[in-house]
Design a protein around this ligand. Structure first.
Ligand code: SF4
Ligand code: SF4
Length: 193
């Protein structure tokens, strides 16, 4: 359960986030944004975003991390890299969107009711346990956390898929799951450092 975030927390997270961005090769270029809007004009999903990529960069530079994380923008980024290759200041917007997603998941700060962050955290939890995805559990947990009524509506379809073995009844575990767990632990420790 995410704790209530205070203004002080957001200011701390803003500093954490800027350190993450500066760790991306070329990440310090965020200061060079000229607000030309090329990124927003190039973005195939900006029409549905609460804030366009240009507005996200402006908000980050103004220290408005809360506004950024509570928007749907990062979760609608399709990682197409179009903004990144067209930015005249060489700003790596796509990598910044990834950092924002990571930060949002880590601190439980993301758009309320959004399915994508829940899908992402649930998927990672399942891969942690089995070493691979288990679609049946993923779907049930996703609907329970975002829209339990939809679970009831899709139950007949789910049961048909289970009967026809299009969905697995039990999870499969990969060989060497302990090795994978060690690798993931190592990555987490490095990220934390
Ligand atoms: S294209 Fe680059 S310089 Fe232009 S608004 Fe977007 S991030 Fe800023
Ligand atoms: S990488 Fe994301 S933000 Fe950039 S143009 Fe593609 S969808 Fe838009």
């Amino acid at each position: 359960m995410a704790k209530a975030i205070t203004r002080k927390d957001l200011s701390y997270l803003g500093e954490v986030f800027l350190r993450h961005v500066q760790a991306i090769p070329g990440g310090e270029k965020i200061k060079l944004c000229i607000q030309c809007g090329t990124c927003s004009g190039s973005c195939p999903t900006s029409y549905a975003m609460d804030y366009t990529p240009r507005e996200i960069i402006a908000a980050l530079r103004a220290g408005q991390l809360g506004k950024v994380l509570e928007s749907n923008t990062v979760w609608l980024c399709a990682s197409c890299y179009y903004c990144t290759v067209r930015c005249p200041s060489g700003i790596k917007l796509t990598d910044i969107m990834y950092e924002l997603k990571r930060l949002g998941i880590e601190y439980g700060l993301y758009v309320r009711g959004g399915m994508t962050p829940v899908l992402s955290t649930t998927f990672l939890d399942i891969v942690d346990r089995y070493g691979r995805n288990f679609e049946t559990e993923l779907l049930v947990r996703l609907f329970l956390r975002t829209d339990p009524l939809k679970l009831l509506g899709t139950a007949p379809l789910g049961l048909r898929l289970l009967r026809r073995r299009r969905l697995p009844l039990l999870p499969e575990r990969i060989k060497g799951r302990n090795d994978l767990a060690k690798m993931l632990q190592h990555v987490r420790e490095r990220e934390a450092a």
